[in-house]
Design a protein around this ligand. Structure first.
Ligand code: NDP
Length: 315
C-alpha cells in the first residue's frame, strides 16, 4: 500500500481550504468527505458575510466552489466516512473507512460540529425561519419577531445579535436559571430581550415557514406568533471516532490544539497540531467559540501550512 502525504477528514470550509493549500504545495492529498459532504454550509441558504462574495452566496454553492478549487490542484475526494485513525509504529497513520484502509504521513482533522436539535421536527424549517447561527442570519429579521432557545453564552450572544434587527426578541430558557457567564447575563439584563424561564417548545407552527410556536410555560400551554426560531442549545463535535486514537479532546469532545488551548510548547511551531505529532485540526471540531465559515477556512489554511512545515522538518 502506498503512503500519501495528507489525509483531510471532513469536507466543510476547513477541510477544503486546507486541501487547496496542501494540494497546491504538491502534497498528495485525499479528502474524506463523509456520506453527507459539505458540512453545515449545505444546510444554510444565503450567506451574506463570507468575504469575497459581495452579492451573497448560497451555502451549497460556496462549498461546491471550494471543492472545485481543491480538486483543481489535484486533491482526491473519497465519499466515505472515516471509522478510525491509527498511528503506525514506523511513522504515519492508517486511515480506515468502511471499505478500505489507507496510509498517510499526516492527518488534518476538519470534521466540524453539528448544532444540537430539539428533535420536534424542526429540520423541515431550515432556512424557513429556523436557524442555528444568529451571526449569520440575524440581519434577515429586520423589524420581525424572533425567539431564541437556550441558556448558555451562545443563546445570549444570539439574542443580543438579534436585537440589532428584530422588533421583538424572546429567549426561552428550559430551567430556572441561565448557564451563561455573569458578564453575558449582565449584558442581557440591560438589553430589550424578554426572558421566559421554565419554558420549552412543544410544537413549531407553520406550513411554508415558521409562523408560531406552541410553548410549555411552567406546565401551561400557550401559542405565540413568531417569524423566526434560533436554536442555541449547544453543538456536538463529530469526533467520536477519535476515541482510542490518542488525540486529546476536551470534556465536550472538541479536539485540542495549541491554538485554542494556548499550550505554548505546541504554539511555538505548529499552533494547529494536536498532541499527536503529525495530526493537525481545524474548524468547528476545534473551535467551540466562533463557528463561522470564514474562520473555519482560515483555520484550515493554518493547519495546511503547519502540516507542510512539519513534513519539511520530518523529512
Ligand atoms: P452550552 O452547552 O454552554 O449551553 C447550552 C444551553 O442550551 C444550556 O443552557 C442548556 O440548558 C440548553 N439546552 C440544551 N438542550 C436543550 C433543550 N433540548 N431544550 C432547551 N434548552 C436546552 O452551549 P453554548 O453554545 O451556549 O456554549 C458553548 C461554549 O462556548 C461555552 O463554553 C460558552 O461559554 C462558549 N461561548 C462563549 C461565548 C462568549 O464568551 N461570548 C459566546 C458563545 C459561546 P441547561 O442549562 O438547562 O442544561
Amino acid at each position: 500500500m502506498s503512503t500519501k502525504r495528507v489525509a483531510i477528514i471532513g469536507s466543510g470550509p476547513a477541510g477544503y481550504a486546507a486541501a487547496v493549500y496542501t494540494a497546491r504545495a504538491e502534497l498528495e492529498t485525499t479528502i474524506f468527505a463523509g456520506l453527507e459532504p459539505g458540512g453545515q454550509l449545505t444546510k444554510t441558504t444565503e450567506i451574506e458575510n463570507f468575504p469575497g462574495a459581495p452579492k451573497g452566496v448560497t451555502g451549497p454553492a460556496l462549498v461546491m466552489s471550494m471543492q472545485e478549487q481543491a480538486m483543481r490542484f489535484g486533491s482526491e475526494v473519497v465519499y466515505e466516512s472515516v471509522g478510525r485513525i491509527t498511528k503506525q509504529e514506523a511513522g504515519g497513520f492508517e486511515v480506515e473507512t468502511e471499505s478500505k484502509t489507507y496510509l498517510f504521513d499526516t492527518v488534518i482533522l476538519a470534521m466540524g460540529a453539528s448544532p444540537r436539535m430539539l428533535s420536534i421536527g424542526e429540520e423541515k424549517y431550515w432556512g424557513k425561519g429556523l436557524s442555528t447561527c444568529a451571526v449569520c442570519d440575524a440581519a434577515f429579521y429586520r423589524d420581525k419577531v424572533a425567539y431564541v432557545v437556550g441558556g448558555g453564552d451562545s443563546a445570549i450572544e444570539d439574542s443580543l445579535a438579534l436585537t440589532k434587527f428584530a422588533s421583538e426578541v424572546t429567549l426561552l430558557v428550559r430551567g430556572e436559571k441561565l448557564r451563561a457567564s455573569k458578564p453575558m447575563q449582565k449584558k442581557l439584563e440591560s438589553s430589550k430581550v424578554k426572558v421566559l424561564y421554565n419554558t420549552s417548545i412543544k410544537e413549531i407552527l407553520g406550513i411554508e415557514r415558521i409562523t408560531g410556536l406552541v410553548l410549555d410555560a411552567s406546565g401551561e400551554e400557550k401559542e405565540v406568533v413568531t417569524d423566526g426560531l434560533f436554536l442555541a442549545i449547544g453543538h456536538i463535535p463529530a469526533t467520536k471516532f477519535l476515541d482510542g486514537s490518542g488525540v486529546s479532546m476536551s470534556e465536550m469532545g472538541y479536539v485540542k490544539t495549541g491554538l485554542v488551548d494556548g499550550n505554548v510548547s505546541w504554539l511555538t511551531d505548529f499552533p494547529t497540531m494536536t498532541n499527536v505529532p503529525g495530526v493537525f485540526a481545524a474548524g468547528d471540531c476545534v473551535d467551540y467559540r466562533y463557528r463561522q465559515a470564514a474562520i473555519a477556512s482560515g483555520m484550515g489554511v493554518m493547519a495546511a501550512l503547519d502540516c507542510e512545515k512539519w513534513l519539511g522538518k520530518a523529512e
